[in-house]
Design a protein. Structure first.
Length: 90
């Protein structure tokens, strides 16, 4: 069963542009168990759909820290919740 986790980027650096979003997405999708990543510079939010049997949320936070992003847990957006449901139906 897949789980959704959301993280808010706090402090500096921030997600500034589409290139930042793509970098975060590219790096997080290399983690075993990650199914989908959505990074949004406008809201400073990163949402990850992953298999908790293969990956702990702490590993996602750690990888984001290696990229230079300090994060805190956040509530998934409504759109993300809809995407999670779609992802589980596949």
């Amino acid at each position: 069963m897949l789980k959704s986790a959301a993280f808010k980027v706090i402090g500096d650096p921030k997600l500034h542009c589409e290139s930042c979003e793509q970098r975060v997405t590219r790096v997080l999708t290399t983690l075993q168990g990650v199914q989908r990543v959505s990074a949004d510079a406008a809201s400073q939010q990163i949402e990850v759909l992953f298999d908790p049997g293969e990956l702990a949320p702490a590993a996602i936070v750690e990888r984001l820290a290696l990229l230079g992003y300090k994060t805190e847990p956040a509530e998934p957006t409504a759109a993300a919740g809809e995407q999670v449901v779609q992802g589980q139906r596949r």
